[in-house]
Design a binder for this molecule. Structure first.
Ligand SMILES: Nc1nc2c(ncn2[C@@H]2O[C@H](COP(=O)(O)OP(=O)(O)OP(=O)(O)O)[C@@H](O)[C@H]2O)c(=O)[nH]1
Length: 324
């Protein structure tokens, strides 16, 4: 490993540790109360553990899976001391997350997109969905910055034309990261903005296009129609666009994030997830539950407001940081 990579990894780890601090403190405080006065893991301890996991927003289904596995181990080993519970829990959570090959990435990277039939360079198209306020714009800005740092040519598309503020906020990030942005006035057709963005990106020979969209969940049919139309129109320019549909979820909303994931996956095909605002919350367990339940990769996690505070989600790093 290079010297710089080592430094970066150390910084990444520190940010992750700091970002998960609230979740961790809350979780381990509750866990120690759950085993207080007990020397072995019995039904009482398991009941308490179940409550702790649910209270940490791991989600009911995933909690039940974890409890079942611990029960099986306790039954097998006959006597499991409460001091071992931490270790067992860590192993079972890591095991659960390892059952899919998701969450193994360590770096921001995008696949190469083949040229079109005429030999034109095609960009990687990332469409970003999610309700207002979850950190969508910030995540787009942070991603643009990461890709640009790798020397990639990035273009942003302001296809959330529902609110003027959304266009303005994306413009702020475009200025901050010095990345071109394609926008039209508020109220214009989002599909038209997406079309313009892709056309411009192809003309510029761009590597990555990030399209912001409006996420109005209160009308699922409209949302579905809008996203379907954006996709259809984009495909007139880049045949297999979008290559990734990233749903941004606010981790601090806990179970609400699960609910949004359910709604969006019904409205469109979501291919990856970003869970933001983990730093300000004790609900970080939501990442474990969401990874387990949706079988859609959590690709990115937000652990702060700064441009560097978006991390590629790696389940091993996450579990390590959580149980440290
Ligand atoms: N602490 C923390 N704050 C974050 C994170 N990600 C985003 N935020 C903040 O969350 C707030 C909302 O983020 P936006 O990016 O504006 O959210 P949005 O989903 O685009 O919402 P609209 O702009 O209202 O559509 C901003 O104040 C961000 O700085 C994160 O990982 N940690």
């Amino acid at each position: 490993m290079s010297f710089f990579k080592k430094i970066f990894s150390k910084e990444k780890k520190e940010t992750l540790d700091k970002g998960l601090e609230k979740t961790k403190t809350n979780f381990f405080d509750k866990l120690s109360k759950a085993v207080a006065g007990k020397s072995k893991v019995d039904d009482d301890v398991l009941d308490n553990l179940e409550e702790v996991l649910v209270a940490s927003d791991v989600g009911v289904n995933t909690t039940l899976k974890i409890i079942e596995r611990i029960e099986a181990r306790v039954a097998k080993d006959k006597y499991v001391g409460t001091e071992e519970l931490n270790k067992i829990l860590r192993e079972e959570i890591a095991g659960l997350l390892s059952e899919t090959n998701l969450g193994n990435e360590t770096e921001f990277k995008i696949p190469e997109i083949p040229n079109d039939v005429n030999g034109n360079k095609m960009p990687y198209v990332l469409m970003v969905v999610g309700v207002n306020g979850v950190g969508k714009t910030t995540t787009i800005g942070k991603l643009a910055s990461q890709f640009k740092k790798q020397g990639l040519k990035v273009v942003l598309g302001a296809a959330d034309t529902f609110r003027a503020a959304a266009i303005d906020q994306l413009q702020v990030w475009a200025d901050r990261t010095d990345v071109p942005i394609i926008s039209q006035e508020m109220g214009s057709d989002p599909a038209s903005v997406a079309f313009d963005t892709l056309t411009s990106a192809v003309k510029q020979g761009a590597d990555v296009v990030i399209i912001d969209t409006a996420g109005r969940l209160h009308n699922k049919v409209n949302l579905m129609n809008e996203l379907t139309k954006i996709k259809r129109v984009m495909q007139k320019v880049v045949a297999d666009a979008p290559h990734d549909v990233l749903l941004v979820l606010d981790g601090s909303t806990g179970q609400n994030a699960f609910e949004q994931a359910k709604q969006f996956t019904k409205a469109t095909e979501v291919t990856s997830l970003a869970v933001t605002k983990l730093d300000g919350t004790a609900k970080g367990g939501v990442v474990i539950g969401i990874s387990d339940q949706f079988k859609i990769p959590v690709k990115y996690i937000g652990v702060g407001e700064g441009i560097e505070d978006l991390q590629v989600f790696n389940k091993h790093e996450f579990v390590d940081s959580f149980f440290k």
